[in-house]
Design a protein around this ligand. Structure first.
Ligand SMILES: CC(C)(COP(=O)(O)OP(=O)(O)OC[C@H]1O[C@@H](n2cnc3c(N)ncnc32)[C@H](O)[C@@H]1OP(=O)(O)O)[C@@H](O)C(=O)NCCC(=O)NCCS
Length: 192
């Protein structure tokens, strides 16, 4: 039996997906600019709802996954962040990626970095993973900056899912990065 978790940070609640969250997530998944960075067309509402279902199922099967990112001040869902299993990842080590996608109005506030750090803390402190990777298109400077702010280091390039990707990773012994401020991260297990 695998657990379900939620995390509170200074400005965010990273929580499990609930009925109806697809409406909020559609501000992210329905935006062509946002989706172009993850190599996808903008979703229609039914596809966003299906994506929420897949993220919930990932959690139930594996005990980790993508969290719904709720902004504490507004209570709005502003995107997704968390850990994702890639069974076809071709390199050695755990096939678990930390990733993030936020609606455009939530960019430029540090939310992706705040959510990513919380997700890494969950991966290392709760799941006890030895390593977590991240990947993005070479020209995705914003995503690469999130990786670097979280202490991931560049490991190489590869072709994956039809794109030339740059690959970063962080090993457990390097977590948390020494220059990181003491994070306010409260991880708790929740009922299934
Ligand atoms: C990738 C993505 C999540 C990054 O978002 P982002 O807003 O650039 O990243 P952060 O949330 O960490 O915010 C960092 C910015 O917030 C600023 N910021 C403002 N207030 C801040 C605060 N209180 N704390 C920290 N940073 C703050 C930082 O200075 C930085 O600004 P800069 O971009 O001018 O240097 C976003 O661009 C996105 O969703 N893109 C499309 C999907 C995508 O590419 N996903 C990743 C695929 S691999």
């Amino acid at each position: 039996m695998t657990g379900l978790y939620e995390i509170e940070t200074e400005r965010l609640v990273l929580r499990q997906w609930r009925e109806g969250d697809w409406v909020g997530l559609h501000r992210t998944y329905g935006d062509p600019e946002v989706m172009s960075w993850i190599g996808a067309a903008p979703a229609d509402l039914a596809s966003t709802a299906a994506a929420v279902g897949r993220m919930s199922m990932h959690w139930l099967l594996l005990g980790y996954g993508m969290f719904a990112v709720e902004e504490r001040t507004s209570g709005e869902i502003v995107g997704r962040v968390g850990l994702m299993h890639h069974p076809d990842w071709p390199l050695a080590g755990p096939k678990i990626e930390v990733g993030w996608t936020l609606q455009r109005s939530a960019w430029g506030r540090g939310y992706a970095t705040e959510g990513a750090r919380a997700s890494l803390a969950f991966g290392f402190d709760v799941l006890d993973l030895p390593q977590i990777f991240s990947m993005t298109r070479l020209d995705n400077a914003r995503s690469r900056a999130v990786m670097e702010r979280c202490g991931l280091t560049q490991r190489g390039e590869l072709d994956f899912h039809g794109w030339r990707q740059v690959h970063y990773a962080i090993d457990r012994q390097n977590w948390p990065p020494p220059d990181a401020q003491e994070p306010s991260i409260n991880i708790r297990e929740v009922e299934r």
